[in-house]
Write a protein that binds this ligand. Structure first.
Ligand code: HMG
Ligand code: MG
Length: 302
């Protein structure tokens, strides 16, 4: 068999403080979130989604977004906040944050459940907002939800995902984060979609965002590496899920991605012991067990 194609380094975009916590029913104290974030940075994470400027009625867990950003922005990290609309961006502009993530689903039904608009209306509304962000010099990441499967509409065609990605590319975004929202894709699908996106959108930073509902995320990451992807969203402790994607569990666990990569000689720059200590901080407030392979062994050996 030919050798696996592996990058020398990968970049982890830590999404635990945002995707990881947004789905928790009980409010995680703001000071705990801050300590979690700062410890994650101390572990070597250099890109992270800190929080979301979304409606606190829709996602109460993110109601302390302003406070989080105020305390946790650092110059050695690209710190993202999510914003769904103009109101969200007004809140961003009141902070020192310089990197924004917008999000749209390929699936219309998911998009309506998530942000109360059709996909087409979202694109039309976001275009002037992205123009303004670029004029003001922001880094813009577009998160593409339901890129493989939708919890309401089923299988999504790669050409539909590509078409949405191209719309964002034409708007001048810096990065696409392409998501298996419900954790349903298999490695062949991951390889095929990322090969297509890499060849059609060669100039863009391309990131893979796998939820781990069916425990296929690590296999999908390895398959995406074969397609040339070297940026991966992950969540410390494998926390998370989208409140509007029923049944989906957390993102792939950062510590498991780091362990797999480093064992194969792929550098991440992240300290596994420190990631585990960051999880220790937030774990008492999380309603479900932390089940990542690496963290379970860390706890046993404590
Ligand atoms: P809406 O109810 O249609 O909003 O919700 P509206 O424009 O009609 O406004 C209603 C009220 O909300 C108004 O207040 C607005 O000011 C307020 P009122 O006058 O009633 O007092 N409002 C806001 N407040 C704070 N910040 C805002 C904001 N916008 C309006 N930005 C809306 C539309 C988009 C706001 C809502 O649907 C929403 O907040 N959705 C967020 C959903 C969300 O956060 N989902 C999870 C993130 S995406 C994800 O997890 C997927 C990803 O991980 C990739 C993957 O895995 O697929 C990225
Ligand atoms: Mg997600």
């Amino acid at each position: 068999m030919d050798k696996l194609k592996l990058p020398e380094n990968i970049t982890i975009i830590e999404v635990g403080p945002r995707d990881g916590l947004q789905n928790e029913k009980n409010f995680v104290p703001t000071e705990t979130k801050k300590e979690f974030i700062l410890r994650l940075k101390d572990s070597g994470i250099r890109e992270m989604e800190l929080t979301s400027f979304v409606s606190p009625k829709w996602v109460p867990q993110m109601q302390d977004a302003g406070d989080i950003v105020e305390s946790c922005l650092t110059s050695d990290s690209r710190d993202f906040v999510l914003a769904p609309n103009e109101r969200g961006l007004q809140r961003v502009y009141e902070t020192g944050c310089r990197a924004v993530a917008v999000f749209v689903g390929v699936s219309n039904t998911f998009n309506q459940k998530n942000i109360n608009k059709t996909t087409e209306d979202s694109l039309n509304d976001l275009e002037p907002l992205i123009n303004e962000l670029k004029e003001r010099g922001y880094f813009v990441r577009a998160c593409i939800s339901t890129a493989f499967y939708c919890p309401y509409e089923g299988k999504i065609l790669p050409e539909d995902t590509l078409a949405l990605c191209k719309r964002f590319a034409d708007m001048g975004v810096d990065e696409l984060s392409v998501a298996d929202t419900v954790g349903r894709a298999n490695p062949l699908e991951a390889h095929a979609l990322f090969t297509l996106l890499k060849s059609e959108l060669p100039g863009l930073l391309l990131t893979a965002h796998f939820h781990d509902t069916r425990k296929m995320a690590l296999a999908n990451i390895l398959a995406s590496m074969q397609a040339g992807v070297d940026r991966f969203d992950s969540s410390a402790g494998g926390l998370g899920g989208c409140p509007f994607a029923p049944g989906a569990t957390g993102n792939v666990a950062t510590e498991d991605v780091v362990f797999m990569a480093e064992e194969m000689g792929v550098k991440t720059g992240i300290d596994l012991e420190k990631i585990s200590q960051a999880i220790d901080v937030v774990k008492p407030f999380i309603s479900r067990p932390v089940e990542s392979g690496y963290y379970r062994l860390y706890e046993l050996n404590k």
